[in-house]
Design a protein around this ligand. Structure first.
Ligand code: COS
Length: 371
């Protein structure tokens, strides 16, 4: 068992840190240029096999990338995480050779952006209750319904859409479909105004008689719910890595601020020192959980429990760290001029998406009680 990063992983982490600090901007608009720069380095397909256009890196290396990106711009980290884990992996794990040939290299090179369309107005936490219908017609399916809060909605080129061929069958009626941007009947609503992760686009996706050829069904008919759940396991590790990046950002800022105060003669009191120590210790604990979840995922074993533990612990911690850092720095430093309020808002969003932290606790508890 190894509790420190290997030299290889430490070097990759350093590479990602330098990239994020020197090339990633923290602006307010959709971070198109950031994504182009990431694509130029092969980061849009980092954990994809080389034969499919990726960099052939392992899942821990991808996790380190998301952590470092999110420390500088959490929206860029969010878009890249969603694109990779639930936008591209569906094809890698469940695609036919033909589907892979058609889309994977484009996704890996960042020429195509991937998205995941599961959530609906009546099917958020209870994903199996989705209502979007898929009616079998000659040579394919007609999709009708409306998805909500879709990360990269309107920007994405390829959506993995979950729809039911038979509502009476509950989760066993759900299938997954690869739906290309621009198909007649497919429209994206305007981007939601969110509390955090505001540079990413989050929209409704409406489908009115969208014809999807049968060759674009992903996996077997009725296998969609299993596909969604297994993808979310990996996706949640990416969100956990975002929590790590955000917690580090807040802690780094606050430590630097308190040091500056000390230089100008205002030594932080013991209570502030204890708080800093406590936050740094919890951050290390979160990091172990997140890296371990990535290692379990990489091993090919089921990682639902580890991913959910990492997701809720690291993202709850990110909110706690941002909150305590605001307390430590006080209003002048934490106000709109400083970045802490932004870290807080971004961290809050990571508690919610790809399964709320209450859902993560349900996943862990079910494994304990039913396992
Ligand atoms: N991997 C593969 N299959 C899984 C799985 C996983 N991680 N988790 C559950 N399944 C399978 C189960 O084995 C079961 O299969 P069978 O019926 O064939 O035995 C099936 O899925 C249904 O499982 P379960 O009864 O546990 O499903 P529930 O409807 O109770 O839902 C939760 C479980 C709540 C965990 C699920 O709905 C969920 O994750 N909700 C949150 C959705 C979410 O994250 N949305 C964010 C969208 S992206 S922003």
């Amino acid at each position: 068992m190894n509790f420190v990063l290997s030299d290889y992983h430490a070097a990759k982490k350093e590479e990602f840190r330098r990239f994020a600090e020197t090339e990633i901007d923290r602006g307010e608009h959709y971070p198109r240029e950031n994504l182009q720069k990431a694509a130029a380095r092969g980061y849009m397909g980092l954990p994809l096999p080389r034969e499919w256009g990726g960099q052939g890196e392992d899942f821990l290396t991808y996790t380190l990338l998301i952590e470092e990106l999110s420390r500088v711009c959490a929206s860029t980290g969010a878009i890249l995480a969603v694109h990779t884990s639930v936008g591209t992996f569906p094809l890698l794990y469940f695609g036919t050779d033909l589907q892979k040939k058609r889309y994977l290299a484009g996704l890996a090179h960042g020429e195509l952006l991937g998205a995941f369309a599961l959530t609906e107005a009546g099917a958020g936490s209870d994903a199996a209750a989705l209502n979007t219908g898929a009616k079998a017609v000659n040579g394919g399916y007609l999709l009708n319904g409306c998805k909500l809060f879709i990360t990269s909605g309107g920007e994405a080129d390829l959506y993995t859409v979950f729809a039911t061929v038979d509502r009476r069958r509950g989760h066993k009626g759900i299938s997954a479909f690869l739906v290309e941007k621009g198909l007649p009947g497919l429209t994206a609503g305007k981007s939601e105004k969110k509390m955090g992760l505001n540079r990413s686009s989050t929209t409704e996706i409406r489908m009115e008689d969208v014809h999807v050829p049968a060759s674009n069904r992903l996996g077997q008919e009725g296998a969609g719910f299993h596909i969604a759940m297994s993808l979310l396991d990996g996706g949640r590790i990416g969100i956990a890595a975002q929590g790590l990046g955000l917690a580090r950002a807040a802690l780094d800022y606050t430590t630097a601020y308190l040091k500056e105060q000390e230089i100008s003669g205002q030594k932080p009191g013991q209570s502030a020192a204890f708080t800093l120590a406590d936050l740094a210790t919890r951050l290390e604990a979160a990091r172990l959980l997140v890296y371990r979840a990535a290692a379990v995922k990489e091993s090919g074993k089921k990682c639902s429990r580890e991913a959910s533990m990492a997701k809720y612990y690291a993202t709850d911690l990110a909110v706690a760290v941002a909150t305590r850092c605001i307390d430590l720095c006080g209003i002048p430093a934490a106000g709109s001029a400083g970045p802490l309020a932004g870290y807080f808002c971004d961290a809050k969003a990571t508690q919610i998406y790809e399964g709320t932290n209450q859902i993560q606790r349900i996943v862990v508890a079910r494994e304990l009680l039913n396992g």
